[in-house]
Design a protein around this ligand. Structure first.
Ligand SMILES: [Zn+2]
Length: 261
């Protein structure tokens, strides 16, 4: 009798052990989150209040984010603007390449995007000018790229190949081959639905569907969130929800480095 009790006991301990291992595995499966925040420009030489409120909130919550810099803004920026960006970088925010002008140039009378439908020379020049400005004005070597409007073509891939410092390409949608590390867009899981308007319920539905992914790159536009107080409140709700889920927040380059053998 005693022997049987002992075996039953051991079996129970083993199954309890198994359950706790499974629980740990589920815990570890939480996705890493990259907050792909777009469109830092200077406003009258200074940082837009939409960015200030977002970064202040993330810092208070010990959450790291990323800053998509439109590099033309460095040409007219003040020292205060440069210092704000440099301070964010030193805190762990990643400053990433979001184009030189974020413009819609005309080619043959037709409106194009900075990195779609423009010439190979134009694209290389814009990528290089932006990279140089960040180095010159901020002392920062940008490591990740995300195109304005997420619009690119085969010339973008060719031009990026000539910028070896750029390692990561977020939201690449052209089929042209590249050796950059890719962080893909999952349209269903995002901060804003539609663009510029955070929506908690839609985010949560997308998150629940894709939470087994290793990494989720979710896009937002902090400058648009001052237009209605509710937009910023919704962004905060999304971040607090993610924290309660036990995710970890990372940046494109940090994630890339962690994936290297
Ligand atoms: Zn943008």
């Amino acid at each position: 009798m005693k022997k049987i009790t002992l075996i039953a006991c051991l079996l129970w301990v083993c199954s309890a052990c198994d359950i706790s291992q499974k629980a740990t595995a589920i815990e570890a499966a939480r996705p890493q989150i990259i907050l792909k925040l777009d469109d830092l420009w200077n406003e009258n030489g200074l940082v837009h209040p939409g960015w200030v409120q977002v970064v202040d909130f993330l810092k208070k919550e010990n959450v790291t984010g990323t800053i998509g810099l439109v590099c033309e803004s460095l040409e007219g920026g003040s020292e205060a603007y440069f210092d704000w960006i440099k301070a964010r970088e030193s805190e762990g925010f990643e400053i990433w390449h979001h184009g030189y002008c974020h413009c819609k140039p005309k080619v043959d009378g037709e409106e194009r995007r900075e990195f779609r439908g423009t010439s190979a020379e134009y694209q290389l020049e814009h990528l290089t000018m932006a990279q140089s400005l960040a180095k010159e004005k901020l002392g920062i070597t940008m490591r990740s790229f995300g195109a304005p409007y997420n619009s690119t073509d085969e010339f973008t891939a060719q031009a990026l190949a000539q910028l070896p410092d750029i390692k990561v390409w977020m939201y690449k949608e052209t089929d042209a081959p590249t050796d950059k590390f890719l962080l893909d867009r999952i349209a269903e899981v995002n901060i804003e639905y539609p663009v510029h308007v955070p929506d908690f319920e839609q985010f949560k539905a997308g998150y629940e569907k894709f939470k087994n992914e290793k990494v989720l790159v979710i896009q937002g536009h902090p400058r648009s969130w001052v237009q209605e107080a509710e937009r910023f409140e919704t962004f905060k709700k999304i971040v607090l929800f993610l924290k309660s889920e036990g995710v970890s927040f990372t940046t494109p380059y940090a994630f890339y480095l962690s994936e290297q053998g």
